[in-house]
Design a protein around this ligand. Structure first.
Ligand code: SF4
Length: 109
């Protein structure tokens, strides 16, 4: 699989084989919780959701991330590829950017 880091693929849309290749976790690659219902994390493909529907969906997606065995791997991946949509490791792309910046500032301090 060829990865386009300008348009990163969400873990929910990847096969386990692709995740093993991409994350190279060393141990057995954990199966992301989002693979069971990808649209929960990426949004609906065929319909347009209201702001309220989106907020509700994202709240559930965040809860699912908290139980995901791949959370840390996903977070590291998301920080690298800088997604522009979806919920990744319990965060929106904007929240990932803020979290990354805060982490980098802590490392420098
Ligand atoms: S942390 Fe969330 S977005 Fe990341 S792989 Fe797990 S369920 Fe999917």
């Amino acid at each position: 699989m060829a990865y386009n880091l300008n348009r990163p693929l969400h873990p929910a849309r990847m096969s386990l084989a692709d995740l093993e290749t991409l994350w190279q976790s060393g141990d057995e690659t954990p199966l992301p919780e989002c693979t069971y219902d990808p649209e929960l994390h990426t949004g609906p493909r065929l319909t347009i959701e209201s702001a309220e529907e989106r907020a509700a969906r994202e709240a559930v997606a965040r809860d699912v991330c908290l139980t995901c065995p791949a959370l840390r791997l996903c977070e590291l991946y998301a920080q690298r590829v800088r997604p522009t949509s979806g919920i990744w490791a319990g965060r929106t792309p904007a929240e990932l950017t803020i979290h990354s910046t805060a982490s980098e500032e802590l490392e420098v301090a």
